[in-house]
Structure formats: C-alpha cells, structure tokens
Design a protein around this ligand. Structure first.
Ligand code: SAH
Ligand code: TRP
Length: 326
C-alpha cells in the first residue's frame, strides 16, 4: 500500500498479473473459435490515453450524454443517497465523477472516494489529482479486477454509493454481467445505492460510428491490444496488418469489435511458445458493448435483487443513469 494521510492506494493485482492472467486469457482466447481476446487488456498507459481521446470524439456520444445527466441530476443523487463514501468501479480518469463528488460535498456528507481500476496508471493519475482538488476527501484507490475482487474492497463509512459509469456494464458477457450485478448487490448494505450508466438501444447509424470513428482513434485503441501482447508476452503480431471492424449485432443487441487479418498472419508468441496461424480475413473478437432497453435494465437489476428508484436519461434519450437499492 502507498499511503499519505488522505491518499491510499491498495494493489490487489500481483506484480506479475499482466503476465500471468494475460497468458491464460491469450491461450484460451486464441485457441477457441471464433478467436477472442478479453477487453481489460486494452487499458495500458497508451490504451487509457486513447480511451480518453475516444471520449472526446464527435461520434462518441456516451460520455457527453452521461455527463449531461450527471450535470442535471448530481444534486438529486446526493440528496437521495446522502452518501459518505463513493465507490467507483472502472473509474479510469474519474473525470465525470467530479460532478458527483462536488454535489456530495455541497450536501455535506462526503468523506471518502474509493476508485477501483485494473489500470494502475489511470488510477494513480486520477487519485493524485483528486487528492489535490478535494482537501477534505480521503481517496482510497484500489488496483483490482472488479470481476474478481469486489470482496477485497476496503470497509468504508456508510451510506455508500457504488457507481459504475460509462456503459462499461455492456462490455461484460450476459452471464458474466448477471453474476457481476449480483456481486455488486451483495457488497451493498441496506441504505447503500448503486448508480449504473447504461447505453440505450438506438439506430445503428448512430451506434456504429461511435465505435468506428472517422479519425481512426477507436481503430488504434482496438489494435493496441495486440501491442500489449507483443510487449508483455514477447509476441510478433504485425499490428498494422489488422483492420478494425465494428458491427451491430441486432439479435444480441450489442456492438461487436473485431480485428480482421489483412492477408494470412503467422504469429509467434514467444513467452507461450505458441504459434497462431490466422487466415486472410480471419477475425479476433476483442470487445462487445451491449445496448439496453429501459425494461431490460430494470429486469436485470431486479433479478440481481436491486430495485430501481430513479431513472434519468439525457435530453436526446441516448443514455440512462439508474439509481437502485437493495
Ligand atoms: N468510468 C470511466 C472509464 C470507462 S473505460 C468513464 O466512464 O469514462 C473502462 C474502465 O474500466 C477503464 O479505466 C479500464 O481500465 C477499467 N476496467 C476494464 N475492465 C476492468 C476490470 N475487469 N477490472 C477493473 N477495471 C476494469
Ligand atoms: N465502455 C466503453 C463502451 O463500451 C468502452 C469502449 C468504447 C470501447 N469504445 C471502445 C472498447 C472501442 C473497445 C473498443 O462504450
């Protein structure tokens, strides 16, 4: 643990996490058909910076829509929750969260912020800058995988507000998502709340460009996962030989991101002594981003034992924030 009086950072990922967990994920994902790579490996330093760039793209509306809701509703959220602690999963740069922290500070209840992220770089930058800007706040950052380590979160003063923003819930597979919602519910106590950001189903003519922008930033972000594997596992992916693909799957109601081989690719992953031969045009699935109807959000939260108390959207109706409790 790194600690000064008001700033702590706990690291629950072993130093060789990137090595060990990535190895297992790469072996499993590249051996199955269709081939897959799990999304949490996008977010090294380069990837986290590229994601920040994505949030500023004209085509990528979710961040602006969610920020608009927070601007309008943060005081109501502070009033309804009276939170003393904000626990944020996948906090990234914690930029939008400041709207909540400000409202809870005005509300007079806020004492502690617990950002949780698998990216130590993003978390450290965010924690340091918040520490400077909120002189009465204790910042207790946790470097961890939120799909595995919810039980390791520090005990903190209640009432607690758990927040999961950015539509990141849509990046989990449906079965994983159900288990995760249940896990979040189990880590709440009576009087605590969950604030969940969900992107809503809309026309593919809006959805697809959000994941395939004209400037090619999302393409660079997607391809960066190959650079992570090259660096961490001593592999030789020709990163530029893969084309970024984003498609709307209407049956599953999700955007699927893939990397498509331009010409046959023979890859050697030295640390795994693994050879992977990809045919011309063969694809690796790297990410899903599920979109929701309001009914579906309510139903899935309900199944996890969470009741929706408030439902807010941006004025254009693109994105929703729900406030629920157990
Ligand atoms: N909440 C921010 C960032 C969203 S990007 C926003 O709304 O803009 C998703 C964030 O979740 C990244 O910072 C990434 O590092 C983190 N993340 C992805 N998978 C994770 C996992 N399994 N455990 C912990 N953090 C994860
Ligand atoms: N949570 C974000 C989303 O689903 C993550 C994201 C945005 C993303 N653009 C991406 C992930 C491109 C992979 C590739 O909207």
């Amino acid at each position: 643990m790194t600690t000064t009086a008001r700033l702590h950072i706990d690291v629950h990922l072993p130093a060789d996490h990137a090595q060990r967990a990535l190895r297992a994920d790469v072996i499993a994902g590249l051996s199955e058909r269709p081939r897959t790579l799990p999304p949490k490996w996008f977010y090294d330093k380069v990837g986290s910076d590229l994601f920040t760039e994505i949030t500023r793209l004209p085509e990528y509306y979710p961040t602006r829509a969610e920020r608009e809701i927070l601007q309008q509703r943060a005081d109501a959220i502070a009033f309804h929750t009276g939170a003393a602690t904000v626990i944020e999963l996948g906090s990234g740069s914690s930029e939008k969260t400041r709207l909540l922290l400000d409202a809870l500070t005005r509300n007079g209840t806020l004492r502690r912020y617990v950002p949780v992220d698998v990216s130590a770089d993003a978390l450290t930058d965010a924690a340091n800058s918040l520490f400077g800007d909120y002189p009465n706040l204790t910042v207790h950052g946790v470097v961890a995988d939120f799909t595995e380590h919810l039980h390791l979160l520090p005990d903190s003063p209640g009432p607690r507000l758990m927040v999961f923003l950015g539509g990141t819930i849509g990046n989990l597979e449906p079965t994983e998502r159900a288990a995760f919602l249940r896990g979040m519910r189990d880590s709440l106590r009576p009087g605590d709340h969950l604030l969940l950001g969900t992107d809503l189903v809309k026309s593919p003519s809006v959805l697809v460009p959000a994941y395939d922008d004209a400037a090619g930033v999302t393409a660079r972000f997607n391809r960066n996962v190959l650079a992570v594997i090259n660096r961490e596992l001593d592999a030789d992916f020709d990163v530029d030989a893969f084309e970024h693909v984003a498609i709307w799957d209407d049956r599953e109601q999700w955007i699927e991101m893939r990397l498509r081989a331009r010409g046959p690719q023979n890859v050697y992953i030295a640390d795994l002594d693994l050879r992977v031969a990809l045919a011309d045009g063969e694809e690796i699935r790297t990410e899903i981003s599920a979109k929701f109807t309001p009914d579906r959000v309510r139903a899935e939260l309900g199944t996890a034992g969470l009741g929706v108390r408030h439902w807010w959207t941006d004025t254009a109706g693109r994105f929703a924030l729900s406030l629920s409790g157990r």
